[in-house]
Design a protein around this ligand. Structure first.
Ligand code: KG4
Ligand code: ZN
Length: 336
């Protein structure tokens, strides 16, 4: 059984062909980072136009890589939300046309379910109940999973997402877009104690996050530093380390708070920010201390990709949940 999966929710066009929920025949990505870098963030109109240009050639390339024709495809899965409406529309329209032309079922996938299912690409046996932290550019959500394919929201950001905090922080520091990878790289050689930021929204009462205050804290800190110092790499490394520490500290603390409250056997960390090196080591150390197993996809499956949409698509297929050709994408689609 082969699923062709399309992902166009934000700034990456991704196409994947996956066989039997397991074998990745092709997993291609056309990144738009160069396009949006000039603006310091994703420009929705430009993103849609690039998706339109990329999707057809990328699909043909994926088929060639897999060595199969379209007739071998058994179902078409596509991200139906959440995401940028214009960007989502490109993938959904393309998927609907394909499904119609091939006479094959269409599957609507929730982008965050895709991120969570990415963990199952490399970790086939994850013990339930599990807790999934989805930490990306647009979301910071904690989901309780009593079993495979069932999700209950138990925590979320009340304002900015963690990836957004990285991106906005990097922008203030003049480090370019996307901010996460560059802050991660700089922070490795910095001292987090030099510019400490208060870990935001701490409380044993809830498992929600808040990251927008960190922007203000960073702005205030930068106002006090002379320009000549701000331009040094030593300063950039230390400030990156301090800023990153506050975000990652909060993510780790809240994740384990929720894991204990919900008595889970496993933790899944996924989404673009899950490729952060400090988050990965901190989570692994804490998981070993708590005796909980942790599963984090390889970095290439943390950021947006097509294979994760195919994986979530297989679950829908198994349950007989298909979309109609009237499918419309939803920018605010919820997961439950
Ligand atoms: O999941 P993703 O590719 O797209 C969304 O669904 O949003 O996540 C993109 C986000 C960006 O905010 C980016 O800065 C962040 O993931 N990111 C990272 C790292 N790599 C990507 N954040 C921290 N450290 C990283 N190494
Ligand atoms: Zn994503």
């Amino acid at each position: 059984m082969i699923i062709l999966a399309l992902e166009t929710s934000c700034d990456e066009t991704a196409v994947s062909l996956v066989k039997d929920n397991e074998y990745i025949l092709a997993d291609l990505l056309s990144s738009q980072i160069d396009l949006h870098q000039t603006y310091g963030g994703v420009v929705p109109e430009l993103a849609c136009r690039r998706h339109i240009e990329s999707i057809g050639p990328l699909m043909n390339e994926a088929l060639a890589k897999a060595g199969i024709g379209l007739s071998k495809v058994d179902a078409v899965a596509v991200t139906a939300g959440p995401g940028l409406i214009g960007a989502l529309l490109v993938g959904v329209s393309y998927a609907k046309s394909l499904a119609y032309a091939l006479g094959k079922p269409l599957i609507a996938v929730h982008h965050l379910a895709g991120h969570i299912q990415a963990a199952f690409i490399e970790h086939r046996k994850i013990a339930f109940p599990a807790l999934a932290l989805v930490v990306s550019g647009g979301h910071t959500n904690l989901y309780m999973m009593p079993e495979q394919g069932r999700y209950r929201l138990v925590g979320k950001t009340v304002d900015d997402a963690a990836g957004e905090a990285f991106d906005k922080g990097a922008r203030m520091l003049g480090l370019g877009y996307p901010g996460g990878p560059v802050i991660d790289r700089l922070a490795r050689k910095g001292d987090p104690e030099k510019f400490p930021f208060t870990r935001p929204y701490r409380s044993s009462e809830h498992t929600d996050f808040s990251f927008s205050g960190l922007k203000t804290a960073l702005r205030q800190c930068l106002m006090k530093i002379p320009q000549s110092i701000k331009e040094t790499t030593a300063f950039q490394k230390d400030i990156a380390a301090g800023f990153q520490e506050a975000i990652i500290g909060s993510l780790v603390e809240k994740t384990f708070q929720a894991a204990q409250k919900e008595h889970v056997n496993s933790i899944i960390i996924c989404g673009g920010v899950a490729s952060n090196s400090l988050l990965r080591t901190r989570i692994e150390t804490a998981a070993a201390q708590h005796g909980i197993s942790v599963h984090i996809p390889s970095p290439r499956y943390c950021t947006d990709n097509g294979a994760m949409i195919a994986m979530a698509g297989f679950l829908e297929f198994e349950r007989g949940r298909f979309a109609s050709l009237n499918l419309n994408p939803k920018p605010q689609l919820t997961l439950n």
